[in-house]
Design a protein around this ligand. Structure first.
Ligand code: ATP
Ligand code: MG
Length: 332
């Protein structure tokens, strides 16, 4: 059976982009067809200025929302990254095969470093090395496939490169993983700024739909989405990014095809209205299950405890093998 791994950072409230780009597929497809692990990657949330209490709160909320979106602890392993020491242990070894140049070329590093600087904050070393820790997350589990949104393509590519390089230098140790992307909505854009990705740690405003937004807030955000000049509804991600984004979201929520859907509308207003309703319908069951789960935090804790135990047992042999291969004296 294939091994699948993916993660989500507790850097903010989870968004429609996270759901359509990643979480929904984990629940509907990946956990049933593979030996799958899903992780709240809390160490990654420390790479930008953070409030400790908020990160703790968001970690629990992310785990709860993952369960609400349909992850079944009987079908997959759900855990918190910092509960499994192997991630940090392996990350250091991979820092010893990754290069400074590789890190500085990462698009996300450049974007997030610029944002931190614009907010008058210094850039943490961990923001630069983040992709190495992410490679460790993936490689520790002998992962074959990493289901992610399009924005993570470059990071998964780096994980592949590091696996190949380590194997060549120190002997075959890691499975070489590959990324998988959803067919539609692999990159949901900010509704107010349709040339930028919708991100949970962005200044939110009206551009970001959160999974826990009230129904009327969701409607308002979609109805006020920025559209393009012109009136006809065509699917063109470059020339008409605003309309294309709405078509992508509508297609992802209804199981349709954005190109085909574009032929069914002759006004932006009707497109927005249907998209708003489609998003509301997709979020409704997730919000309902979330309400039930928050009433029973002990159950979520137990899932995370058992998940960490299973994950630890899976990661340890690979990480121990990497320690031996790279030249470290085994502890007695
Ligand atoms: P941050 O702004 O803190 O980076 P994020 O919203 O990008 O948060 P991540 O935790 O970095 O979320 O990513 C979790 C998963 O969600 C990844 O698989 C990522 O590719 C996917 N994802 C994030 N944003 C989008 C988006 N706008 N469209 C599609 N997928 C997305
Ligand atoms: Mg991100």
């Amino acid at each position: 059976m294939k091994r699948v791994f993916s993660g989500i950072q507790p850097t903010g409230h989870l968004t429609l982009g996270n759901y359509l780009g990643a979480m929904r597929r984990w629940a509907e497809v990946d956990q049933h067809r593979a030996d799958a692990l899903f992780c709240v990657v809390d160490l990654h949330a420390l790479t930008v200025e953070h409030d400790p209490a908020r990160v703790r709160r968001l970690s629990r909320q992310a785990a709860t929302l993952l369960l609400a979106s349909g992850l079944d602890p009987e079908a997959c392993t759900l855990f918190v990254q910092s509960h499994v020491d192997e991630h940090a242990r392996l990350s250091y070894l991979l820092e010893c095969v990754a290069t400074d140049g590789e890190m500085r070329r990462m698009i996300q590093y450049k974007e997030k470093a610029a944002k931190e600087a614009a907010r008058g904050r210094s850039v943490r070393v961990s923001l630069l090395t983040y992709p190495v820790l992410m490679a460790a997350d993936i490689l520790a589990y002998g992962t074959d496939e990493v289901p992610v949104g399009e924005d993570q393509a470059q990071h998964v590519e780096l994980a592949r490169d590091l696996a190949v390089r380590f194997n060549q230098r120190y002997g075959s140790t890691f499975t070489v993983p590959r990324a998988t992307f959803p067919k539609v909505a692999a990159r949901v854009m900010n509704l107010q700024e349709p040339t930028s990705k919708m991100g949970k740690s962005d200044e939110s405003g009206l551009g970001v739909v959160y999974l826990l937004d009230e129904t009327d807030v969701v409607r308002k955000k979609v109805l006020r989405a920025v559209t393009d000049s012109g009136r006809d509804v065509v699917y063109d991600r470059v020339e008409r990014p605003g309309v294309a984004n709405l078509l992508d979201v509508l297609a992802a929520c209804t199981g349709g095809d954005p190109e085909v859907l574009s032929g069914e509308y002759d006004s932006y207003g009707a497109l927005k209205k249907d998209t708003a309703e489609a998003v509301v319908e997709v979020l409704r069951p997730v919000q309902e299950r979330h309400r039930e789960l928050v009433a029973d935090p002990g159950a979520v804790d137990e899932v995370l405890r058992a998940g960490a135990e299973r994950a630890r047992a899976m990661a340890r042999p690979t990480v121990d093998a990497a320690y031996r291969a790279i030249g470290l004296l085994p502890a007695l």
